[in-house]
Design a protein around this ligand. Structure first.
Ligand SMILES: Nc1ncnc2c1ncn2[C@@H]1O[C@H](COP(=O)(O)OP(=O)(O)OP(=O)(O)O)[C@@H](O)[C@H]1O
Ligand SMILES: [Mg+2]
Length: 348
């Protein structure tokens, strides 16, 4: 059982910001005891690759220290090109014989040398055909996993879990919402460089895809469109007074359209494979989800409900934890970190 006072920490190292969430599992439920968001300069991590190790290590250390987080054991996640999540259909086998066969099968689906990846799998429902089974393959490049774990160790921490960011989002969403068994939900994590789309039904990822758009491309677009500084563009994206002189509605609509096209492409894939005809609901998270007016712009296009995820919907917290910040605005950016921390909390 989970001892009193024991906490789990989720550490999300993104390309523009490091996010951390510390969660305690108490007899009366889950409780957020601490969190932190620390900005990173854009040069430190580019295309998911760590360019300036020392800078990232120090940023992690500074964030934990400034927020007074003492727990050294952390769960972290990876994303991007080195991570492959794929659902395959193969000959049905007895689960005890499946491992080797799945390994062979994976070689055809993973675009890297199979010896260079860590492979994990889950046998999904068996009702795809009389002699077939569906398997969720999760492959991650070993060097990506080890670089990430080493960086965490260099920061004086112990990596207990290296998860996949889009699964952490799913974990956080499922812990906070009661989705129907047939409800199809698109979880859309709008980061700085990348947007991860994960379409799930009944706890199973149907399709995951990364789009090369995010808060950074949106801000750069504003800079070009209005010939303003980065700071002014960021202020406008946030909808703060400092940026109020710029009318960003048209730019938000364009961004919403780009996101919409990406989501529609995923739905088209699911349609063509006969797995799903529609998406019932879109949940947005990540820092980029807070672009002023984005949920509305996307909802207008998609004609399904679009909401910001509240990853603290069923997790309590002391009001003091957020200081003067509004939890509703901070929380969407913490979704991955919370999902990582929860995975550990639930496993204990
Ligand atoms: N209040 C806000 N309004 C608008 N945009 C915001 C706001 N807060 C953060 N952002 C944008 O969100 C992005 C950061 O979000 P997030 O922390 O989820 O990304 P990341 O994890 O660092 O990136 P990635 O996942 O792509 O590596 C930045 O582009 C930032 O400009
Ligand atoms: Mg991110």
């Amino acid at each position: 059982m989970f001892g009193r006072g024991k906490t789990t920490v989720g550490l999300d190292i993104g390309s523009s910001a490091i996010k951390v969430a510390e969660i305690e599992s108490r007899s009366d439920g889950l409780h957020l005891v601490n969190y932190g968001v620390g900005d990173l300069v854009p040069e430190a991590i580019v295309d998911g690759e760590i360019m300036d190790r020392q800078m990232v290590v120090e940023a992690v250390q500074n964030l934990l220290e400034s927020r007074g987080i003492k727990q050294r054991r952390v769960a972290s996640g990876i994303a991007g090109r080195g991570v492959i999540v794929k659902k395959i259909t193969m000959e049905r086998l007895d689960p005890k014989d499946a491992r080797e066969a799945i390994h062979w099968e994976a070689e055809q689906h993973v675009p890297y040398d199979i010896n260079d990846v860590s492979l994990d799998f889950e046998i999904l429902g068996l009702d795809v055909g009389p002699k077939q089974m569906q398997v969720l393959l999760v492959a991650a490049k070993k060097d990506l996993v080890s670089t990430h774990a080493d960086l965490i160790r260099e920061a004086g921490l112990t990596p207990t879990v290296i998860d996949i960011n889009s699964f952490a989002v799913q974990n956080a969403a499922e812990a906070n919402y009661d989705f129907g068994p047939d409800e199809i939900v698109a979880l859309v994590n709008v980061g700085a460089e990348l947007t991860n789309v994960n379409i799930v039904r009944g706890g199973v990822p149907l399709y995951t895809q990364d789009l090369s758009i995010g808060g950074q491309s949106f801000v750069e677009g504003l800079q070009k469109r209005f010939q303003v500084s980065r700071d002014e563009a960021v202020a406008a994206a946030k909808g703060t007074d400092a940026g109020a002189s710029l009318d960003i509605d048209a730019a938000v609509k364009v961004f919403g359209d780009e996101l919409g096209v990406g989501i529609e492409r995923s739905i088209a894939y699911l349609k063509s494979s006969g797995e799903a005809e529609r998406v019932d609901r879109i949940l947005l998270c990540g820092g980029g989800a807070r672009i002023h007016g984005l949920p509305q712009a996307l909802a207008e296009r998609q004609r399904v409900p679009v909401e910001l995820v509240d990853p603290l919907r069923k997790i309590s917290f002391a009001p003091g934890v957020f200081g003067t910040d509004d939890p509703k605005t901070v929380a969407p950016q913490l979704t991955v970190a919370i999902g990582l921390a929860l995975r550990k909390a639930q496993e204990k």
